[in-house]
Design a protein around this ligand. Structure first.
Ligand SMILES: Nc1ncnc2c1ncn2[C@@H]1O[C@H](COP(=O)(O)OP(=O)(O)OP(=O)(O)O)[C@@H](O)[C@H]1O
Ligand SMILES: [Mg+2]
Length: 208
């Protein structure tokens, strides 16, 4: 068993062995992993089965319920990436969404705006942010100030959702930012750990 949050942290360039505390969040397709790391170990963590895929399903669901329109699997992900956002925005992005009318079976298209997507995925985003809040609340007070100073580091493909760090800040009061090359942090961290196995072995292998 390999500790993925540690790999993500290494990939994001976090000095995992220092005594300071760092909070890392890896939001992928299936899972959101949250961990506070200090002295090469995980101090507090949680994992929820809610991430990018759940966001896609929520969009599909919303469009079906609201417009009686069935859309393909790829379409919901495209909507999320092209016009989606974690918080409402003033100058909404718009997209023509094509699908099949649920009642007539005929092809039909609708116009969809960003803020409608924000509403459609609100519940899923809340689940992810609540996981972060849970871990913050479990974090020992002596590490809290480090996390305030460093901010929450977000990695994984779904961290790229527009304005996600802003939502995390609004809900937790802690600054959040994307790690460098956020979608590739786990892969980069794995490479880095293998290259310096002596340094990282203890930190990345979970005892069972
Ligand atoms: N620009 C973007 N905006 C929003 N979501 C995105 C963006 N680019 C990719 N994603 C989402 O990122 C997810 C994939 O991320 P990632 O590659 O980190 O997942 P994974 O490691 O395969 O999954 P897991 O960690 O859950 O096993 C998909 O849900 C994809 O839709
Ligand atoms: Mg992943």
């Amino acid at each position: 068993m390999v500790k993925e949050p540690i790999l993500a942290a290494i990939g994001a360039g976090i000095p995992i062995h220092e005594a300071r505390g760092h909070m890392i969040v890896d939001i992928g397709g299936g899972t959101t992993d949250v961990a506070v790391i200090s002295l090469g170990g995980i101090v507090a963590s949680t994992s929820v089965k809610c991430a990018g895929n759940a966001v896609d399903y929520a969009i599909t669901d919303y469009i079906k319920k609201t417009f009686n329109l069935s859309i393909g699997e790829k379409m919901s992900e495209e909507i999320k990436i092209q016009i989606g956002s974690a918080v409402p925005i003033e100058e909404e992005l718009l997209m023509t969404v094509k699908g099949r009318d649920h009642l007539t079976g005929l092809p039909r298209s609708i116009e969809l705006g960003t803020n409608e997507v924000v509403r459609a995925i609100g519940k899923e985003l809340r689940t992810m942010v609540n996981a972060m809040k849970d871990v913050l609340q479990e974090t020992p007070p002596e590490l809290a100030s480090d996390i305030i100073d460093n901010g929450i580091i977000m990695t994984g493909g779904s961290s790229l959702l527009r304005n996600f760090p802003e939502l995390v800040f609004r809900r937790t009061g802690v600054k959040a930012r994307l790690g460098k090359d956020a979608p590739y942090c786990v892969a980069k961290g794995t490479g880095e750990a293998l290259k310096h196995l002596d340094t990282y072995k203890k930190a990345i292998i979970a005892k069972r």
